[in-house]
Design a protein around this ligand. Structure first.
Ligand code: NDP
Length: 496
């Protein structure tokens, strides 16, 4: 097993890797093996103060003096460095998250594309001009919001960091980035690569540490202008409340309970294959997981048996093995929570069609308590707890519907609104439903809804703000109006 100690494991503040002011550390785990991965510096509020001070200094100093074209070159350089080290980053991520390495590699490539996308926008942050009346001309400037506190989750650590860092830097902001405590490693490596790419000291600071202390300190800090958060809905609500004390800008990418609607006129084989990806990718620990499959009555039996058979055939095991489709969950504790939801689903009248609490035939050296097999629970009513709460694991429910109107009603009958997929052979129906489903993104005959350039974000309790697209720049810029008097005469509105 490669040694991970070569990777940065200290706080990154003002261009230097350093120990926490209080000297505290914590352990990052390799959950699939139930082993320790690395000892990492654990930031406290004093370190957040130092990181914010460095980011403020860089905001009006080195970074403000860096022309947009140069910012663009640096972001492209960062993308290139990441691209060259894809395998190494994917391995680090896979070992820290427990996710299949090939999936981590795909996410590293998304991070590369995201940086390239926003590198291209740095030189196109145009304002508007307008002649208000013959003696007033106005134009607008798009200025950086300031210091961005980026707080990210453990399920896609590297990619989520890139989703925030790329648009924030393109628009001229500086950052204090807090990775999830479970997954600090790849964010620190991103910080190191940013320095290698020539991004000045203090522009990107990385402070791993507990959410209740470091995250709260960022959300309430008077020196932070905006919080960009991805995580659970409850945490997002708490952050929005904390940020309100200083009226910070906030964008929130939160949880989901997304529907996957299969009509009887769909290509059932295509629907089965796509739906497997939509729930079991990342072992279901995905905000956009389509965790509720709604199937039209006349197709239900065929779909349920084909889907359950395929789910049973997915290879569960060592995240580093090329054939693995489903790795471990992020921790034993999280796996226990997911197993608890399986029990709840069965108590609520669901029928176990595949999977369950135990994984058979795991390889040597893996921790069976950290794995949950791809699980299918059929015949569950949409108001059951398992259909309403985010499980965040490889567990999907199957629910019947009678007609299109009922499908829409069930799809929308949750507090979330992040993603949806509609499987149908009727093109008009696909577009009709796309307008009626409450979600930030709707796929028609495709499980894929997240691409660089396509707005990603939620409605309802899935949050607000759009990442990954031109709209994201609105989250990281303020519009300033400049007005010019063009009249040769003095302005004398009081008529004196
Ligand atoms: P959490 O909300 O538990 O944590 C997310 C981040 O917030 C972590 O860095 C965490 O730190 C930090 N945090 C925790 N408490 C606070 C606090 N009081 N103040 C400030 N920061 C805090 O989410 P998870 O890490 O468990 O991630 C899973 C969640 O993320 C799921 O709900 C998922 O749906 C959502 N998600 C949403 C996406 C989207 O785009 N909509 C994409 C990916 C995930 P620490 O780790 O130290 O607790």
């Amino acid at each position: 097993m490669p040694d991970m100690t070569d990777h940065p494991n200290q706080l990154l503040i003002n261009g230097e890797f350093r120990d926490a002011a209080a000297g505290a550390t914590f352990t990052a785990q390799d959950p699939a093996r139930g082993a320790e991965l690395a000892t990492v510096a654990r930031a406290g509020t004093e370190d957040v103060d130092a990181a914010v001070a460095a980011a403020r200094e860089a905001l009006t100093g080195a970074w403000a003096k860096t022309a947009p074209a140069k910012r663009s070159r640096m972001l492209n350089r960062l993308a290139q460095l990441i691209d060259e080290r894809t395998d190494e980053i994917a391995e680090l991520e896979s070992r820290n998250v427990g996710k299949a390495k090939w999936q981590c590699a795909a996410e590293v490539k998304v991070a590369v594309s995201t940086l390239e996308l926003f590198a291209g926008t740095a030189q196109h942050l145009y304002g508007r001009s307008h002649v208000v009346n013959p003696s007033v001309v106005t134009y607008t400037l798009r200025e950086p919001v300031g210091v961005v506190g980026a707080i990210i989750p453990w399920n896609y650590p590297f990619m989520m960091a890139a989703w925030k860092v790329a648009p924030a830097l393109a628009a001229g902001n500086t950052l204090v980035l807090k990775p999830a405590s479970a997954t600090p490693m790849s964010a620190l490596l991103l910080g190191q690569l940013a320095l290698e790419a020539g991004i000045p000291a203090g522009v990107l600071n990385v402070v791993p540490g507990p959410g209740g202390e470091v995250g709260e300190a960022i959300a309430t800090h008077p020196g932070v202008d905006k919080v960009a958060f991805t995580g659970e809905t409850g945490t997002g609500r708490r952050i929005a409340e904390a940020a309100a004390s200083t009226l910070k800008r906030v964008s929130l990418e939160l949880g989901g309970k997304s529907p996957n609607i299969v009509f009887g006129d769909a290509d059932i084989e295509a629907a089965v294959l796509g739906s497997l990806w939509a729930i079991y990718y990342a072992a279901g620990q995905s905000c956009e997981a389509r965790s509720r499959i709604l199937v039209e009555d006349d197709a239900y039996d065929d779909f349920a048996s084909a889907f359950a058979e395929r789910a049973k055939g997915l290879s569960v095991g060592d995240p580093l093995a090329a054939e693995t489709k489903v790795g471990s969950l992020i921790s034993r504790a999280h796996a226990d929570k997911v197993r608890g939801f399986i029990d709840i689903g069965l108590e609520d009248g669901g029928e176990l069609l595949a999977g369950g609490r135990e994984v058979d035939g795991l390889g040597d050296g893996l921790d069976p308590d950290a794995f949950v097999p791809p699980t299918v629970i059929g015949g569950v009513a949409n108001d059951a707890r398992i259909c309403q709460e985010e499980v965040f694991g490889p567990v999907v429910t199957l629910t019947r519907f009678g007609d299109e109107a009922e499908a829409v009603k069930l799809a929308n009958d949750v507090r979330y609104g992040l993603a949806a997929t509609v499987w149908t052979g009727d093109g008009s129906r696909g577009h009709r439903l796309a307008q009626r489903i409450h979600a930030g993104a709707v796929g028609i005959n495709t499980p894929f809804i997240a691409f660089p350039g396509v707005p990603f974000g939620g409605l309802k309790e899935s949050g607000y703000g759009r990442e990954q697209a031109l709209e994201s720049l609105d989250l990281y810029t303020e519009t300033k109006a400049v007005l010019q008097n063009t009249s040769p005469k003095p302005i004398n509105p009081l008529g004196v």
